[in-house]
Design a protein. Structure first.
Length: 263
């Protein structure tokens, strides 16, 4: 069976004169069979036209045929829910999960305490790294072994694409944050050299975020920012001792993935 990759991106122009820039409004992608293409495309356009961030000036829908033999099927990461009282507590817990995962990854292959300073520096730097992602369209690719950013374009970042839930037939124009996030997180966790992912949504009406990795699973933290806050970002934490950045980016941006999310 042949499938089709559908991608939608919507944006609007903000600012005046030299300060004029493109602001992301909405994005979505699916992998569907031929019979679903028209309905899903229409749902994507409705989603762009009714987004809480405002009316788009530009909507792009891309339709691309892909072959079943090019698709890899992955089992969804196991899910853990973490309830918190405040967004500050949520961020603190998220930072804690990530710092432990990074320190475990660095020390696991170190012959001595050569990474001790890096671990301490990373823990202090993580909140600032998150803030740096707020204006980016994609994710930061951060090498935990060298403390360097590896995105070819620091303004655009790296985007994980070509993915969907296995057997998904949903055409509702409303965004399902959880379903889309578990699919993306599962693909990212399986990328070469990937250590963990840290994500806060940029949707002002959605305050839940997550951290994820093969070891952690998908840890859903129910409050990671204030309601109405349009800031959000994503960091892919990568280990250059395990794979090259080019190999990781190639997988994230080109490998076709369907995720078995179960019932």
């Amino acid at each position: 069976m042949d499938y089709y990759s559908l991608k939608m991106r919507a944006s609007q122009q903000v600012g005046e004169g030299e300060q004029k820039r493109e602001q992301h409004i909405s994005g979505a992608e699916r992998i569907v069979n031929r019979d679903s293409v028209e309905a899903v495309c229409a749902a994507m356009v409705r989603r762009a036209m009714t987004h809480s961030k405002g009316d788009p000036d530009f909507i792009n829908v891309k339709i691309e045929k892909i072959h079943e033999s090019d698709i890899q099927i992955l089992k969804a990461l196991p899910v853990t829910r973490v309830d918190v009282e405040t967004w500050q507590e949520g961020l603190e817990k998220a930072f804690g999960f990530i710092n432990k995962t990074v320190s475990d990854g660095l020390l696991r292959e170190a012959r001595n305490d050569e990474y001790g300073v890096l671990i301490k520096d990373f823990a202090q730097k993580l909140p600032e790294l998150l803030r740096e992602t707020f204006p980016m369209r994609g994710a930061m690719l951060y090498d935990i072994a060298t403390c360097e950013r590896l995105e070819p374009d620091h303004e655009r970042g790296v985007r994980a694409t070509y993915m969907d839930a296995l057997h998904s037939s949903e055409v509702d124009s409303c965004k399902n944050h959880f379903n889309e996030a578990i699919v993306l997180a599962t693909k990212v966790a399986n990328a070469p050299g990937m250590v963990a992912e840290f994500c806060v949504s940029d949707d002002p009406n959605y305050v839940t975020g997550y951290v994820a990795s093969k070891e952690l699973g998908y840890v859903r933290i129910m409050k990671m920012k204030e309601m109405g806050d349009e800031n959000g970002g994503r960091i892919f934490l990568f280990d250059s001792r395990k794979a090259s950045a080019e190999e990781c980016i190639e997988y994230l941006q080109k490998k076709k993935i369907l995720v078995d999310v179960g019932a």
